[in-house]
Design a protein around this ligand. Structure first.
Ligand code: S3P
Length: 220
């Protein structure tokens, strides 16, 4: 990973993408693009109005077009909408030139944050947000799991989350090429807490058994 690649924050509604994205951008002195806000400015109407007047499919088309456009630029901090990288082509484009970090959060806290928040979310039932969040999360489990890095935000302070995200952005990945195989080495601060993600990045087939060899100084 290299610090001039885009940093792309994604994850479910209420996971903290906009808040953390703005803070990280400020720390790095980079431009911050909140995709939902950008779409609202470009179309001159709010996300709920786009859903109501044009439909979800039209919103997804705008979202995909913006993902492809932003993936072509450098050095941005981008907060996507919660469903943007469920789309395979958007996910692929962002991954080409960006470090993608998926922010996660326990469902009870997600519900609290969404209920407290200022935005109306057209995909959620305002009377029973918990059930719609649960159902949507279930539908997106695979897409979110396929994202390279995950940072849990549950019960954590913004500064702690920002620090984790920066550690991932600044981590280095080396490709070790051999005659029979190629594998990545990740070098960076705090990466042990992302061991699962790093093992997945090595490209092992799903369900593979993995042995972690360490000592109790490195991995107590
Ligand atoms: C959506 C998430 C929203 C917004 C739209 C659809 C989703 O963004 O893009 O309502 O499909 O998860 P936030 O995640 O910023 O709330």
């Amino acid at each position: 990973m290299d610090s001039q690649r885009n940093l792309v924050l994604t994850g479910f509604m209420g996971a903290g993408k906009s808040t953390i994205g703005a803070l990280v951008a400020q720390r790095l002195g980079r431009p911050f693009i909140d995709m939902d806000a950008e779409i609202e400015v470009r179309l001159g109407k709010s996300i709920p109005d786009i859903f109501a007047e044009d439909g979800e499919a039209a919103f997804r088309d705008h979202e995909r077009a913006l993902c492809l456009e932003l993936a072509d630029r450098d050095g941005l901090v981008i907060a996507t909408g919660g469903g943007a990288l469920v789309d395979l082509s958007s996910r692929g484009a962002m991954a080409q030139n960006g470090t993608i970090v998926c922010l996660t959060c326990g469902i009870d806290e997600l519900v609290r944050r969404i209920e407290r928040g200022p935005h109306y979310r057209p995909l959620l039932d305002p009377v029973d947000p918990h059930s719609t969040i649960e159902a949507l999360l279930k539908k997106r489990t695979e897409a979110y799991a396929a994202l390279p890095w995950h940072v849990d935000t549950t019960g954590r302070l913004p500064n702690e989350i920002v620090a984790d995200v920066l550690d991932l952005l600044f981590a280095k990945q080396l490709e070790v090429r051999g005659s029979k195989s190629t594998y990545p080495i990740h070098i960076g601060a705090g990466l042990l807490q992302h061991l699962g993600d790093a093992v997945c990045a090595s490209g092992l087939p799903a369900g593979s058994k993995t042995v972690v060899v360490s000592n109790d100084v490195v991995f107590p």
